[in-house]
Design a protein around this ligand. Sequence first.
Ligand code: ATP
Ligand code: MG
Length: 219
Amino acid sequence: MITTKDLRVRFSDGSAIRYGDLRFENGRSYALLGASGCGKTTLLNLLCGILTPESGRVEMDGRDICRMSQRDRDALRIRRVGYVFQDFKLLEDMTVKDNIGLLALEGVDISGMDALLDRLGILPLKKRRVRRLSGGEKQRVAIARALIKRPALILADEPTGNLSFETGERVVAQLIENAGEGTLIAVTHDDRLAPRFDHVLDMNAIARFEAAREAKDRV
Ligand SMILES: Nc1ncnc2c1ncn2[C@@H]1O[C@H](COP(=O)(O)OP(=O)(O)OP(=O)(O)O)[C@@H](O)[C@H]1O
Ligand SMILES: [Mg+2]
């Protein structure tokens, strides 16, 4: 389970986003909906410790990740969190196999790679460099890289943005199935896919943007 308490992040330009108290249960899937810029990606980055809040807490299974050392937090993220980034963050000059294979260096068991690539419909692309893949193919490689860890927490930022509706439906079903007893939190713009999740959160209402104060008002 992952919870937030009084969570607020502040950017270097002085603007801030307040999220308050949120709760994501084990064995449940959550769709985050909301306008561009409302703070969906920022929340995912806070939940896995890539971003540090200005105030408040993020607790993963009762542990406050904000109080951990950077090293412990990184180790937790590598072990327990599968993150499908909005911009994939794949290594373009490496093959699909090597992008996923890199995780073995961090102790991840990658023996299920072929079966996973097959389920995602990209097994024939295994030896191809990422640079030569289409957007939808890259998206599925990013999903495979996140799922190979069998993570307790899956964060997926627009995981179907580059896919046809039919492929998107299959990918959402796979994400939900893989989340199992863990937690799935996925950003989606697709109103047709949102009902597949156990809960739909309207981030327009949850994330409160606070504009930067004028310089003269700052201490
Ligand atoms: N490093 C930063 N410095 C200043 N402002 C930032 C920073 N990162 C994000 N923001 C602002 O915070 C808000 C939320 O950004 P975020 O990327 O979380 O939006 P989003 O909901 O994921 O949007 P999209 O649907 O377009 O991906 C935006 O107004 C953005 O400009
Ligand atoms: Mg985003």
